[in-house]
Ligand binder design. Structure first.
Ligand SMILES: Nc1ncnc2c1ncn2[C@@H]1O[C@H](COP(=O)(O)OP(=O)(O)OP(=O)(O)O)[C@@H](O)[C@H]1O
Length: 464
């Protein structure tokens, strides 16, 4: 395996091995002019620039190749073009030949947030399953029901011209007495998936593809690692299951486990200073204390609603408290966290996705993967912190760099502009923000809290 000029690892033989499954054709290609910078005039005050996402050679979205060259099945090509994709992004261009080659090989793939990882693994699942067999053949796990539902929407959209059948493995979705899932692709969260496999509702004997989205989170022993391993241990042994791990981040402590979990995998890796995209401008605001954070947030309300925005808090009770207070003061905001019940969570995220709500106050539950193109602002009301160990000194709390990268990645999707704003209010949060700045290698610029006009000007400039 060799590292190429860009620092990516690619086995020399892998691309050559790719076996086309359909005759290439361009008859379905959409009438999109790729070379033009595409300015989508938004109905909001600020226009969202769709800088031709794939033009800049250094951009993670750049690609010279076409989907045809990947030798995908006609029905899948149709699905891709129907979604408005004209060319593969860089991660898709690099990962797809490896993912689709035969015999199937494992993959550990890393690429910045919003660069199209989902399409890469969804296409792999769709091209490997046999639609004439009514049994699960590909399973995909994600850390939240919101993300599982979003992945499923991509499976359904991309598989629109196939006869694929799908099923969820998320809480409260299947009736208690459900038996025997016949869908070929099952997407869910690890707890429910384990339960359904154990109860033989999901028969995994024919599974050939196992995908972990947000894989570093799914494998982290402090998080979902144990449950994810349980699912893997129930998959058929002896036969080859292709294991696919994708994330924007793979911290060192998870990388070793990932290598064991997906042995002999092809790897696409990012360098430390490439972890986040440059189209997200990062700011911070000096607040005097906790109460002042609330006042500053309220003063930002107008800006928050120019497009859509997500406010991240460390705890559920903070999300509840500030959303109740803002609502009582006449502002329209929604709040979402893991303590709400399943149907309420679905309604809230759907309302936000459809633009009925413009401001979503939440916790880390949707820090990862959620793809809502209109989100042009993320506020870290509380900076993300690593889990505090019992008895540890609060002042020593370290920032959670990975969660930070994922949180700000909810904006700036696929080359769009976005801004993130961190609230700092004391020495400790200051120090934490400095650590984030150092770790990501990206500048975080100060914005005045007491000069609203200047603040608005700066922010609008960043969004243009
Ligand atoms: N080839 C393509 N052409 C145009 N748009 C694309 C293409 N591939 C993906 N997209 C769009 O880019 C957006 C981001 O893709 P996706 O959600 O897969 O990102 P991601 O890399 O999984 O991000 P995250 O790390 O945050 O999970 C989506 O809206 C998707 O529809």
């Amino acid at each position: 395996m060799e590292k190429d000029a860009d620092g990516f690892y690619t086995p020399a033989s892998a691309t050559a091995d790719a076996e086309p499954s359909a005759t290439p054709s361009d008859s379905n290609a959409p009438q999109v002019e790729d070379d033009k910078t595409d300015l989508i005039k938004s109905t909001f005050e600020v226009s969202v620039t769709l800088a031709d996402q794939q033009r800049d050679k250094d951009s993670p979205l750049y690609s010279v190749k076409t989907f045809e060259e990947l030798g995908l099945h006609q029905d899948l090509l149709k699905g891709i073009y129907d979604m408005g994709f004209s060319k593969p992004s860089k991660i898709q261009e690099r990962a797809l030949p490896l993912l689709l080659s035969n015999p199937p090989q494992n993959m550990i793939g890393q690429s910045q947030s919003g660069t199209g990882k989902t399409a890469a693994f969804v296409l792999t699942m769709l091209s490997r399953v046999d639609f004439s067999k009514n049994k699960p053949q590909a399973i995909c796990l994600a850390p939240s029901r919101e993300l599982a539902r979003q992945i499923m929407s991509v499976v359904v959209a991309m598989g629109k011209f196939t006869s694929v059948q799908t099923e969820y493995a998320i809480k409260d979705n299947l009736p208690k007495n459900a038996t025997n899932v016949t869908a070929q692709i099952v997407v869910g969260t690890p707890g429910t998936m384990t339960d359904l496999i154990r109860r033989k509702v999901v028969d995994v004997s024919e599974v050939k593809v196992f995908v972990l989205d947000e894989a570093d989170n799914m494998l982290d022993q402090d998080g979902l690692g144990e449950q994810t391993l349980r699912v893997k241990n129930m998959l058929p042994r002896g036969t080859q299951v292709q294991i696919i791990l994708f994330s924007a981040t793979f911290p060192d402590h998870v990388r070793n486990f990932a290598n064991k979990f997906a042995p002999n995998a092809n790897k696409i890796e990012l360098k430390r200073n490439e972890l986040s995209v440059d189209n997200i401008r990062q700011f911070y605001m000096d607040c005097r204390n906790e109460e002042h954070k609330y006042d500053v947030l309220v003063s930002l309300y107008h800006l928050l609603t120019i497009g859509q925005s997500i406010i991240f808090c460390q705890h559920r009770h903070t999300a509840d408290r500030i959303s109740q207070r803002m609502t009582a003061e006449g502002h329209k905001v929604a709040s979402l966290h893991g303590a709400k019940d399943a149907s309420e969570r679905d309604n809230i995220i759907d309302g936000f996705r459809e633009g009925r709500d413009k401001v979503l106050i939440t916790t880390n539950v949707i820090a990862r993967g959620i793809d809502i193109l209109q989100v042009n602002m993320v506020v870290n009301y509380d900076l993300p912190l690593l889990n505090e160990r019992p008895g540890s000194n609060k002042d020593d709390a370290r920032p959670d760099i990975e969660t930070y990268i994922h949180r700000i990645g909810r904006t700036g999707r696929f080359g769009r502009k976005g801004i993130s704003v961190n609230f700092v209010h004391d020495k400790r949060t200051w120090a934490q923000m400095e650590q984030i700045e150092q770790a990501t290698g990206k500048q975080i610029v100060r914005i005045e809290t007491n000069d609203l006009d200047e603040m608005e000007t700066q922010m609008k400039k960043a969004m243009k």
